[in-house]
Design a protein around this ligand. Structure first.
Ligand code: MN
Length: 202
């Protein structure tokens, strides 16, 4: 029995309709995310990594196998992703997070534009991120299932918000239209959850 647990999806498969359809959610959670989790647990079995935290593993991911990197990333990234979405989402952040976004990017709209550009511009499969680095917000993106906690990533920091731009996240409903999926995504963002992540990261 692994100490790493596969998390519950915090809402029903159809909770993000019509922006993210129930079939995509079901496959994404029960097949893709579960697959990364299971393969990660198998990949670390007997390596000693069982005793480390995900953060510790990511900090030294360059010395681990591709299976640990890809599946550990996939396990962690999707858990964060489910968390920053929810029914009755959308709108704009408030409080300290809103202030930090305004101070860093000029306005919420400018933040959205920059984040959208990072998500749209990621070639192939990957993620767009909002991270806290040295107490400050930064936007970046990573390929495959990498994330900014990994020592191999182009950008570093603690991810507080992320968007999956793998085709499996949108192809059933949006086909090749990644920009339409990203537009829709803003309607399901749980800004309270992102604000909490921001507070914890600072
Ligand atoms: Mn995914």
């Amino acid at each position: 029995m692994s100490k790493f647990e596969f998390p519950e999806l915090p809402y029903a498969y159809d909770a993000l309709e019509p922006y993210i359809d129930a079939q995509t959610m079901e496959l994404h959670y029960s097949k893709h995310h579960k697959g990364y989790y299971t393969k990660f647990v198998n990949a670390i079995e007997g390596t000693g990594l069982e005793n480390k935290s995900l953060i510790e593993i990511f900090e030294n991911i360059s010395s681990e196998s591709t299976a640990v990197r890809n599946n550990g990333g996939g396990f962690f990234n999707h858990t964060l992703f489910w968390n920053v979405m929810g029914p009755n989402g959308g709108g704009a952040p408030s409080g300290e997070l809103a202030e930090a976004i305004n101070n860093t990017f000029g306005s919420f709209d400018e933040f959205k534009e920059k984040f959208t550009a990072a998500a749209t511009g990621r070639f192939g499969s990957g993620w767009a991120w909002l991270v806290v680095k040295d107490g400050k917000l930064e936007i970046c993106s990573t390929p495959n299932q990498d994330n900014p906690l990994m020592d191999v990533a182009d950008c570093s920091g603690e991810p507080i918000f992320g968007l999956d731009v793998w085709e499996h996240a949108y192809y059933l409903k949006y086909q090749n239209r990644r920009p339409d999926y990203i537009d829709a995504f803003w309607n399901v963002v749980n800004w309270d959850a992102v604000a909490k992540n921001f507070k914890d990261a600072k």
